[in-house]
Design a protein around this ligand. Structure first.
Ligand SMILES: [Zn+2]
Length: 872
């Protein structure tokens, strides 16, 4: 009822405004004058006003002064902040960086998470100070006239505009209130946006609660001003209160460390990215060059300067100093230190001795790991480990110089617990439509923060290794070797990230399967070209030939990449000479963007995770055979009197995981293309694209037929199923029935591969690459696949695993023709789908087999007949 009068008032107000605008300029001027007079009058009447203009000293007398890069005053009664900006600081560039001090992993805000750095400047606009974020993505050659238009269509971000509360003209100081900068999300967004597709029942933060948000600490140094702010997000009620780690879903705290940092003034020279080697970069585009590759992407690297520039190898003026956090279990510290220092071998080749130094944070240290001045090897045991290991660094966005880094490690990865367990999940209905969705979202998220999943993979590998050793009756000492190698590898890998290196998922091609299974040959050698890979654990089928489980030595690629990034050079030619070696087989490189872990994503089967050796098919088949042997022994080995069956469940799950991983590696050869990123004319370079040979694609198909699709592919001893029981904890079986979901787990493994080999991208590539050398043509491939899934039991009874597989596969063929994604398939693929469906229809019509098989065949016939009616 009150709505109408209000809106009438609104209309009246608008009319009034309109009138004001339409009024003559004279009238406006008069009004302005009147206002001015009024002001003047007050000044005259109350001359005190002028003297009440307070000085900085007046406004800060109740405050504690904290001096540093930006002097901060904190009110001793209310805690509110004021900040001094000096005249010299105006228009100067500063670096802003933030990291999560503590939070909840549900929203990606976990301890130690880096939030990136940016350049900002302070500008004075009349009586205000502005905080303006600068765009660093473009380069304009100052000698080009175009540089005068450098600001065209490039948006700056005005983050805050704050009134100057007091001025000291003599010293050139301006005082502003700073609560609005630090107690809000002014400098960076903290509460993440909701991912599209996440329903209203997913966990999310409430609104920023100004009343509860507060300052935890202020640390001021000559080169950086740091503030730790505790942000509280509140809402009155929640649908989803989050995990156990969230104490009260209505009031969630995220602590953020903000750093305002002086831009370093040094002799650092930016170095530019090259496609043949893998560094993290800050992307910069040259806007004043006619080049087709106007890239001036800055690689991220530390500022190392030789103490003695004339020496071939010299200590650096300032080494990269690491601190082992005082939370680190004592028994790991030596291994961690050694792992870090192994990188010094690479730096020596680049001309630096003792480039890395490792110290231990004293238990009574007055600084904590969140302090940007320290690079810390951190250790946590958190409830929901958000990463496998994490080696973030932050840079000066203008140059790419790394200014600080940490390594985060999670205790759970040193244990034999399994974090994710698919064995007890039922498989949701399969749909081609979801084929890209889930993966892409995750990848984008990971890419944004450069997360590393190696810890998760290493953990699975370690548990597998441990299971293998248990089954082989190995001693505790042997298990200790495995643990140490795993931890060393993980440390070296994460430290590699902090040196600027991104992943090299192609480097596991270094040795042949026979070499890896030769103890004498492999001893002391790197297993892969780079520690920056996600390779399989090297467990040999023949136990007497067991060498290294994990790579614990820098590979040739690592040495070469550090040389490219860090060797002091004076000419581009020196760098080019290093880059020209990229065609050496042991320096082969491909990063996450090229890796094939997601179905349909990339093209080179050598750029894969969970693989090892230069014959991945053979190595993977060996692994599957080993897993099958181990599975048969599980029950007798895991029979500790008095214990529950939890360990057996873990061991079984991890074996199945290894099998899935091996099968995925094999599947990537079908329709695969080898990529060569050598520059034209480079010695040793081939053509950019070479299809996988006919023989290898056939070999991959045969392996999938024998180890994934065959009627006996999922056989395990029956008495294993009767013992796959998790230990009950409280009411945890309320989440779903507790029995192992055996068929779901088997089908998930098969579908994981089918997702890739029937992905529209893969099928399209098979046809396209027939034009440039692929001899395993689509019709032959699709017919082979059909045979692999149907031929073995055409004339006999079809077991329940095969029935599931045959139906799911038939449904995929139908979706290629009539599903929502059918538009993504070429006509060649669709024709073969029809051909295969008709073949299946013919098989199904033979009506042989037991009653269940007859019903299954009737099911197939019904699906196909109905689908055929829909095909236009
Ligand atoms: Zn990594």
């Amino acid at each position: 009822m009150t709505f109408k009068p209000q809106s009438k008032n609104k209309v009246f107000f608008v009319l009034l405004l309109l009138f004001a605008f339409l009024a003559t300029p004279d009238a406006n001027a008069q009004r302005k004058k009147r206002n001015k007079d009024k002001k003047g009058d007050t000044e005259k009447v109350a001359p005190k006003k002028k003297s009440t203009e307070k000085s900085i000293a007046d406004l800060t007398k109740k405050s504690k002064k904290i001096e540093g890069l930006f002097t901060i005053y904190q009110d001793t009664i209310t805690g509110s902040l004021q900040m001094v900006v000096t005249k010299e600081q105006l228009e100067k560039e500063f670096i802003y960086f933030s990291q999560i001090k503590d939070g909840v992993s549900e929203v990606g805000a976990f301890r130690g998470a880096y939030r990136g750095s940016k350049i900002f400047t302070l500008k004075k606009y009349f009586n205000k100070i502005e905080f303006v974020a600068k765009n660093t993505s473009y380069y304009f050659d100052p000698n080009s006239a175009l540089s005068k238009s450098a600001e065209a269509n490039i948006s700056e971000g005005v983050m805050a505009s704050l009134k100057i509360e007091a001025t000291d003209k003599e010293k050139g100081l301006y005082l502003i209130k700073a609560d609005a900068i630090f107690l809000k999300e002014t400098l960076s967004q903290i509460k993440p946006p909701r991912f599209p597709g996440r329903g209203p029942f997913s966990f999310s933060l409430g609104n920023l609660d100004k009343g509860k948000t507060k300052i935890n600490a202020i640390k001021n140094y000559p080169e950086n001003t740091d503030l730790v702010i505790e942000y509280v997000y509140s809402k009155p009620s929640v649908l989803n209160g989050g995990s156990n780690a969230v104490t009260d879903g209505r009031n969630v705290t995220i602590k953020v460390n903000h750093s305002l940092i002086q831009v370093p003034d040094n002799t650092y020279m930016a170095r530019y990215d090259d496609p043949r080697v893998g560094y993290f970069t800050t992307q910069v585009t040259n806007m004043t060059t006619p080049s087709v590759t106007p890239y001036k992407d800055l690689i991220h690297r530390w500022h190392l300067e030789k103490k003695d520039p004339a020496a071939a190898v010299s200590e650096p003026v300032e080494p990269i100093t690491w601190w082992i956090e005082n939370t680190t279990p004592l028994e790991y510290r030596e291994t961690i230190k050694e792992g870090v220092l192994r990188w010094n071998i690479a730096f020596e080749k680049a001309g630096f001795k003792n480039a890395m130094v490792v110290k231990v944070q004293p238990d009574d240290a007055e600084w904590d790991a969140g302090d940007v001045r320290y690079n810390v090897l951190r250790w946590t045991s958190s409830p929901r480990p958000p990463f496998g290991g994490y080696g973030p660094s932050f840079v000066n966005p203008r140059t790419g110089q790394i200014l600080g880094a940490d390594v985060m490690l999670e205790y759970v990865h040193q244990t034999n617990r399994v974090i994710y367990d698919k064995l007890f999940e039922t498989m949701s209905a399969f749909s081609y439509e979801d084929i890209d969705k889930a993966e892409n979202e995750l990848q984008k998220f990971n890419k944004q923060y450069n997360y590393c999943s190696l810890g998760h993979l290493m953990h699975e590998n370690s548990v597998f290794g441990n299971t293998a050793l248990t089954l082989m009756n190995a001693s505790e000492d042997e298990k200790e070797v495995l643990r140490n190698e795993g931890l060393t590898h993980l440390i070296m890998h994460e430290v590699g990230h902090t040196l600027g290196l991104n992943h090299n998922m192609k480097s596991s091609q270094l040795h042949s399967p026979a070499q890896l299974a030769d103890k004498n040959y492999i001893q002391g050698k790197a297993l892969t070209g780079s520690v920056m890979d996600y390779e399989a654990i090297n467990v040999t089928n023949d136990r007497t030939q067991q060498g290294h489980y994990f790579t614990t030595t820098l590979g040739p690629y690592d040495l070469w990449a550090i040389e490219f990034g860090y060797k002091p050079v004076t000419t581009y030619k020196e760098l080019d000479d290093i880059l020209k070696r990229s065609t050496e087989p042991e320096l082969i490189f491909g990063n996450d963007a090229d890796d094939m872990r997601s179905p349909g994503k990339a093209i080179d089967p050598r750029v894969m995770v969970g693989d090892l050796s230069n014959d991945q098919i053979t190595y993977s088949v060996n692994r599957i055979n080993l897993v099958n042997e181990m599975t048969a022994k599980l029950r007798t080995k895991y029979s500790d009197y008095g214990k529950s069956y939890q360990e057996l469940v873990v061991a079984y799950s991890i074996l199945q995981g290894q099998k899935s991983s091996a099968l995925n590696v094999i599947s990537r050869f079908i329709g695969g293309i080898y990529v060569d990123r050598a520059m034209q004319g480079q010695v040793g370079g081939t053509q950019p694209y070479t299809p996988v040979s006919y023989a290898d694609q056939k070999r991959a198909m045969k392996a999938l037929k024998d180890y994934l699709f065959a009627p006996n592919a999922n056989d395990v001893p029956k008495d294993l199923y009767t013992h796959l029981a998790r230990q009950r904890r409280g009411f945890n079986f309320f989440g779903g029935p507790e029995d192992p979901k055996i068929h779901s787990a088997a089908l998930r493994r098969q579908m994981g591969v089918l997702y890739h080999i029937l992905h529209p991208n893969t099928l399209q590539r098979i046809v396209d690459s027939e034009l440039y050398g692929n001899e395993y043509k689509l019709p032959e491939y699709m017919r082979d696949l059909n045979k692999a899934i149907f031929n073995a039991d055409i004339n006999t009874s079809v077991n329940s695993f095969r029935q599931n597989l045959q139906l799911a596969y038939t449904d995929m063929l139908i979706q290629m023709l009539t599903g929502k994604v059918s538009g993504r398939f070429s006509n060649v693929a669709k024709s073969m789908a029809i051909y295969n469906l008709k073949t299946i229809r013919r098989f199904a019509a033979n009506n042989l087999g037991d009653l269940g098989t007859k019903a299954h065949k009737m099911h197939l016939k019904t699906l196909i007949d109905n689908a055929m009616k829909e095909i236009k």
